[in-house]
Design a protein around this ligand. Structure first.
Ligand code: DX5
Ligand code: ZN
Length: 228
């Protein structure tokens, strides 16, 4: 386990669902409630249609997360992520996850992320077979199973993701964190946990709710996130 915070189950609030005019204070509120992984969705308008955030947002949050030791978990939904790793390392990312569908040079980009001292994650879209994990099992610290098609928050959880998570766990070393992203709320989170997930990305269920801190706490308690 490259990062101690990933040794426990964690809810990772996704700031994609934040009120961007109040991003700093919303993140502070979640850190105060015990969140120790903040998920940042980077989209380029090419790998997925929307354009979202880049390294400026990562560096803006870096100072705020330092005191608590919270991780900045960067989910790159961009083509050729190998061209952007340096920027995100400089910005202060702790985890960088790239998509299996986004480059033919996965071995190279995962090694580049680790060489910079970060945890390296490999994500797959719902339609991508898990075989890629067998080829790269030794090169990753985290495996991200998308449970919606990437690009937008607020989509319904794809049920087939439960079976996919169950088939994923045996392909990985025990210390690889299994992350699930998309449609995670009370109910789906517990079922993903039973299927092997340990890191639960939640956008609309946390920052889209009226009381994000309370929503984080309820979800955290449901999956066994220690909230510190
Ligand atoms: C979607 C992003 C997710 C998104 C999840 O492509 O990767 O992280 O924020 O949003 P919810 O939790 O609303 O499904
Ligand atoms: Zn994401």
């Amino acid at each position: 386990m490259r990062l101690a915070q990933l040794a426990s189950p964690r809810v990772a609030p996704s700031i994609l669902a934040a009120d961007f005019a109040s991003l700093g204070s919303q993140v502070d509120e979640l850190l105060d409630a015990g969140a120790r992984v903040i998920h940042i969705d980077v989209m380029d308008g090419h790998f997925v249609p929307p354009i979202t955030m880049g390294p400026l947002v990562v560096s803006a949050l870096r100072e705020r997360t330092k005191a608590s030791g919270a991780l900045l978990d960067v989910h790159m939904m961009i083509t050729e992520p190998e061209r952007q790793i340096d920027e995100f390392v400089r910005a202060g990312a702790d985890v960088i996850t790239v998509h299996a569908e986004a480059t033919p040079h996965l071995n190279y980009v995962l090694a580049e992320i680790r060489a910079a001292g970060l945890a390296a994650g490999l994500a797959v879209c719902p339609s991508t077979p898990l075989a890629v994990y067998s080829e790269l099992a030794a090169a990753i610290d985290l495996a991200l199973c998308m449970s919606v098609n990437p690009g937008w928050g607020g989509q319904p959880f794809i049920e087939a993701s439960i079976g996919k998570l169950e088939r994923l766990a045996p392909l990985l070393a025990a210390d690889v964190a299994i992350e699930v992203d998309g449609g995670i709320a009370l109910g789906t989170a517990e079922r993903c946990r039973a299927a092997g997930a340990r890191l639960f990305v939640a956008g609309s269920a946390v920052l889209g709710s009226k009381d994000p801190a309370a929503a984080y706490v309820a979800l955290a308690d449901a999956v066994g996130d220690p909230r510190r």
